[in-house]
Design a protein around this ligand. Sequence first.
Ligand code: DQA
Length: 144
Amino acid sequence: SKILVLNGPNLNMLGKREPQTYGSQSLADIVALLTQQASTLNVELEHFQSNAEHLLIDKIHSAWHQVDFIIINPAAFTHTSVALRDALLSVEIPFIEVHLSNVHKREAFRHHSYFSDIASGVIVGFGVMGYQMALTAAVNQLQN
Ligand code: DQA
């Protein structure tokens, strides 16, 4: 099976960006952890990060019939992007939404997500571990 991990805008700044909120690990650190976990679980993992909405949309379109499951942290697009939501609906690939921070204890504008009602599941507030939990859950769903 193939799993695509997508990260949205500003997540390339992880480790430097607001470490009290997002932790000290870089995106490269997270991808290394997930790649190792994927090989243990015998699944193929691809990662893509972009600050551009259309590049994330294009990546989702190219996943059509190529990818079995998506793990996505849409970052700020969580709260704004009908286009990214529609892209995920268009390819009909199941996905888990991940947020490093607990968005529900932050500003009100972070409480609404354009993704949660169409996601297989949502993991918020567990930092890097949230991605690892999502990968475990994704493989479990693929096996059932
Ligand atoms: C985030 C939460 C979003 O509200 C924010 O815009 C981000 C990161 C998270 O992982 O906690 O960029 O998705």
